[in-house]
Design a protein around this ligand. Structure first.
Ligand code: ZN
Length: 157
Protein backbone atom coordinates (compact mmCIF):
# COMPACT_ATOMS: atom_id res chain seq x y z
CA UNK A 1 0.00 0.00 0.00
CA UNK A 2 1.02 3.59 -0.60
CA UNK A 3 1.67 6.09 2.14
CA UNK A 4 -1.45 8.16 2.75
CA UNK A 5 -3.26 9.74 5.68
CA UNK A 6 -3.87 7.36 8.61
CA UNK A 7 -1.14 4.88 7.65
CA UNK A 8 1.51 3.65 10.01
CA UNK A 9 4.86 3.98 8.27
CA UNK A 10 8.10 2.35 9.38
CA UNK A 11 11.14 4.10 8.01
CA UNK A 12 14.90 3.88 8.22
CA UNK A 13 16.30 7.35 8.07
CA UNK A 14 19.47 9.34 8.28
CA UNK A 15 19.31 13.05 8.99
CA UNK A 16 22.32 15.17 8.10
CA UNK A 17 22.92 18.92 8.31
CA UNK A 18 24.26 21.24 5.59
CA UNK A 19 27.82 20.12 6.40
CA UNK A 20 26.93 16.45 5.96
CA UNK A 21 27.18 15.72 9.68
CA UNK A 22 24.77 13.03 10.87
CA UNK A 23 22.37 14.60 13.36
CA UNK A 24 20.10 11.63 13.87
CA UNK A 25 19.43 8.19 12.40
CA UNK A 26 17.32 5.13 12.99
CA UNK A 27 19.01 1.75 13.26
CA UNK A 28 18.55 -0.79 10.50
CA UNK A 29 17.02 -3.30 12.93
CA UNK A 30 14.57 -0.76 14.31
CA UNK A 31 12.93 1.43 11.70
CA UNK A 32 11.08 4.37 13.18
CA UNK A 33 7.28 4.19 13.08
CA UNK A 34 5.03 7.22 12.71
CA UNK A 35 1.38 7.92 11.94
CA UNK A 36 1.14 9.65 8.57
CA UNK A 37 -0.92 12.84 8.29
CA UNK A 38 -0.91 13.65 12.00
CA UNK A 39 2.14 15.87 12.37
CA UNK A 40 4.28 13.17 14.01
CA UNK A 41 7.18 14.21 11.78
CA UNK A 42 8.16 17.58 10.25
CA UNK A 43 5.76 18.79 7.50
CA UNK A 44 8.39 18.81 4.73
CA UNK A 45 9.28 15.18 5.28
CA UNK A 46 5.67 14.08 5.67
CA UNK A 47 4.80 15.70 2.33
CA UNK A 48 7.77 14.08 0.56
CA UNK A 49 6.84 10.59 1.79
CA UNK A 50 3.21 10.77 0.64
CA UNK A 51 2.51 8.10 -1.98
CA UNK A 52 5.67 6.02 -1.44
CA UNK A 53 5.61 2.26 -0.88
CA UNK A 54 7.65 -0.21 1.18
CA UNK A 55 11.11 -0.67 -0.31
CA UNK A 56 11.23 2.80 -1.83
CA UNK A 57 13.97 5.27 -1.00
CA UNK A 58 13.93 9.04 -1.02
CA UNK A 59 16.36 11.88 -0.44
CA UNK A 60 14.79 15.15 0.58
CA UNK A 61 16.09 18.52 1.74
CA UNK A 62 13.59 20.09 4.14
CA UNK A 63 13.80 23.86 4.53
CA UNK A 64 13.49 25.43 8.00
CA UNK A 65 9.97 26.64 7.05
CA UNK A 66 8.90 23.03 6.56
CA UNK A 67 11.15 21.74 9.30
CA UNK A 68 11.58 23.17 12.78
CA UNK A 69 11.07 26.81 11.80
CA UNK A 70 13.40 29.76 11.71
CA UNK A 71 15.42 30.84 14.71
CA UNK A 72 13.38 33.31 16.76
CA UNK A 73 15.61 35.87 18.48
CA UNK A 74 12.78 36.51 20.97
CA UNK A 75 13.13 32.92 22.18
CA UNK A 76 16.56 33.70 23.62
CA UNK A 77 16.07 35.13 27.09
CA UNK A 78 18.03 35.97 30.19
CA UNK A 79 16.91 34.22 33.37
CA UNK A 80 17.99 35.01 36.90
CA UNK A 81 20.48 32.54 38.31
CA UNK A 82 18.20 31.61 41.22
CA UNK A 83 15.76 30.04 38.72
CA UNK A 84 18.36 27.28 38.43
CA UNK A 85 19.29 26.90 42.09
CA UNK A 86 18.07 23.29 42.24
CA UNK A 87 20.51 22.29 39.50
CA UNK A 88 23.96 21.30 40.76
CA UNK A 89 26.02 22.72 38.00
CA UNK A 90 24.79 24.68 35.03
CA UNK A 91 26.92 24.75 31.88
CA UNK A 92 26.57 26.15 28.37
CA UNK A 93 25.16 23.52 26.03
CA UNK A 94 23.05 21.82 28.70
CA UNK A 95 19.54 20.99 27.58
CA UNK A 96 16.34 20.74 29.56
CA UNK A 97 12.83 19.71 28.71
CA UNK A 98 10.11 22.15 29.56
CA UNK A 99 6.45 22.48 28.79
CA UNK A 100 5.59 24.90 26.00
CA UNK A 101 2.54 27.18 25.81
CA UNK A 102 0.37 24.43 24.28
CA UNK A 103 1.58 21.71 26.60
CA UNK A 104 4.10 20.38 24.09
CA UNK A 105 7.59 19.34 25.13
CA UNK A 106 10.18 22.01 24.40
CA UNK A 107 13.92 21.64 24.47
CA UNK A 108 15.65 24.51 26.21
CA UNK A 109 19.35 25.03 25.68
CA UNK A 110 21.67 26.93 28.00
CA UNK A 111 23.66 29.32 25.80
CA UNK A 112 25.69 31.34 28.25
CA UNK A 113 26.26 31.79 31.95
CA UNK A 114 26.66 35.45 32.76
CA UNK A 115 27.13 37.41 35.91
CA UNK A 116 23.61 38.78 35.60
CA UNK A 117 21.95 35.48 34.78
CA UNK A 118 21.64 32.54 32.42
CA UNK A 119 20.99 32.98 28.72
CA UNK A 120 18.38 30.42 27.70
CA UNK A 121 17.38 29.49 24.16
CA UNK A 122 13.89 28.09 23.61
CA UNK A 123 14.38 27.60 19.87
CA UNK A 124 14.25 24.01 18.72
CA UNK A 125 17.86 22.77 18.41
CA UNK A 126 17.21 22.23 14.68
CA UNK A 127 15.50 25.59 14.06
CA UNK A 128 16.97 27.51 11.12
CA UNK A 129 18.56 24.38 9.67
CA UNK A 130 17.96 22.67 6.35
CA UNK A 131 17.40 19.02 7.13
CA UNK A 132 18.71 16.46 4.67
CA UNK A 133 16.81 13.21 5.06
CA UNK A 134 17.64 9.91 3.42
CA UNK A 135 14.75 7.56 3.98
CA UNK A 136 14.02 3.92 3.16
CA UNK A 137 10.41 2.87 3.66
CA UNK A 138 10.37 -0.45 5.51
CA UNK A 139 6.68 -1.05 5.98
CA UNK A 140 3.33 0.65 5.43
CA UNK A 141 0.16 -0.55 7.12
CA UNK A 142 -3.20 0.83 8.13
CA UNK A 143 -3.41 2.37 11.58
CA UNK A 144 -5.60 0.70 14.20
CA UNK A 145 -8.49 2.56 15.81
CA UNK A 146 -6.47 3.01 18.98
CA UNK A 147 -3.58 4.47 17.08
CA UNK A 148 -5.83 6.97 15.30
CA UNK A 149 -7.45 7.91 18.58
CA UNK A 150 -4.06 8.55 20.20
CA UNK A 151 -2.47 10.12 17.13
CA UNK A 152 0.63 7.92 17.28
CA UNK A 153 1.73 4.34 16.53
CA UNK A 154 1.47 1.54 19.07
CA UNK A 155 4.40 -0.71 18.32
CA UNK A 156 5.83 -1.89 21.62
CA UNK A 157 5.77 -5.56 20.53
ZN1 ZN B 1 -1.17 5.66 22.49
Amino acid sequence: MKIAKDCIVFMQYTLTDEQGQVIDASTEEQPMPYLHGHGNIVPGLEKALEGLKAGETIKVAVTPEEGYGQVDPQAVQLFALDAFENIDEIKPGMQFHAEGPEGQVQVITVREIREDGVLIDRNHPLAGKTLNFEVVISEVREATEGELEHGHPHTSE
